[in-house]
Design a protein around this ligand. Structure first.
Ligand code: MF3
Ligand code: CO
Ligand code: CO
Length: 273
């Protein structure tokens, strides 16, 4: 004889359903979002010619641990670093290492922390020294597309509205949205339902409800949207070697719109050229 185990309906598994969180969860996400933003603020002064991506990883890991948080990427599906550092034609998931950043590089640093069980996930672009006009334009369009997506976040709108708004901005500038990676639900789970696409049609997809938490993290290429993953199993690059940029916020849906959990306390989210 055995007793049927009680099934907890709030276990940490991803299902097709989109979770709706309570007030306490918002408090948890505020703390996690603030810490990841502070880590990305902290690294700004070090994102200069001569630094290696490994030094960036070390500084962010130490900062995170010193603040009593856990680096979510470290050990995640076998990933061995704290952050992703995606340089120039690297779309996402670039692995920190010996590479020395040089004048003219554009780098995305993507970091996720866990604070009291809640995940804060954010990434930004960093311009290394002086960057050229095309690179600036790409970064501007990428940030503008994220803002257009964020502007669609309110109860009653759909995930398709978010993707549509991002795609409009990118394609109006003759750039392309990467299709192979998307944003995601987030909370006590790092990657929860739904997949948040950065392209789409107005009115399609799930309806946004107060209490949903997710990331929006558009990847934008100057050339074609196609990517390939290198033999390290992580590094995604543009197939045509064109420049790529990304930025990411973790947000919550509120009664009157959106709460940005990962806003920069120092006002450094968008790089200044
Ligand atoms: N932070 C990334 C995201 O935005 C995930 C990186 S997964 C890792 O979802 F394993 F590479 F860390
Ligand atoms: Co993310
Ligand atoms: Co991220």
């Amino acid at each position: 004889m055995y007793e049927t185990p009680e099934l907890d309906d709030d276990v940490l598994v991803r299902t097709h359903e989109i979770r709706v969180h309570d007030t306490e969860a918002f408090e948890g996400m505020r703390a996690a979002g603030k810490l990841v933003a502070q880590a990305l603020d902290m690294i700004t002064e070090f994102a200069v010619p001569g630094i290696t991506t490994q030094e960036i990883d070390d500084r962010i890991r130490e900062f995170t641990l010193d603040h009593g948080a856990l680096p979510a990427c470290l050990g995640y599906k076998g990933y061995e670093k704290t952050v992703c550092t995606s340089i120039n034609h690297v779309v996402c998931h670039g692995i920190p290492g010996d590479r020395v950043l040089k004048e003219g590089d554009v780098v995305n640093i993507d970091h996720t922390v866990i604070v009291d069980g809640w995940h804060g996930d954010s990434s930004r672009m960093y311009a290394i020294g002086e960057i050229n006009t095309r690179a600036r334009k790409l970064i501007d369009v990428t940030y503008d597309s994220l803002e257009a997506g964020l502007a669609m976040v309110k109860p009653g709108n759909t995930f398709g509205d978010i993707g549509w708004a991002i795609q409009q901005v990118v394609e109006a500038n003759r750039m392309s949205v990467v299709r192979d990676f998307c944003g995601h639900g987030i909370g006590r789970l790092f990657h929860d339902s739904p997949n948040v696409l950065h392209y789409g049609r107005r009115g399609e997809g799930a309806v946004l409800k107060t209490g949903m938490f997710f990331t929006i993290e558009p990847m934008v290429n100057l050339g074609k949207p196609h990517v390939k993953v290198l033999s390290d199993g992580w590094t995604a690059v543009t197939r045509d070697k064109s420049l790529s940029a990304q930025c990411e916020h973790t947000v919550g849906v509120t009664e009157d719109g959106v709460e940005l959990f990962t806003a920069s306390p120092a006002g450094l989210f968008r790089p200044k050229f």
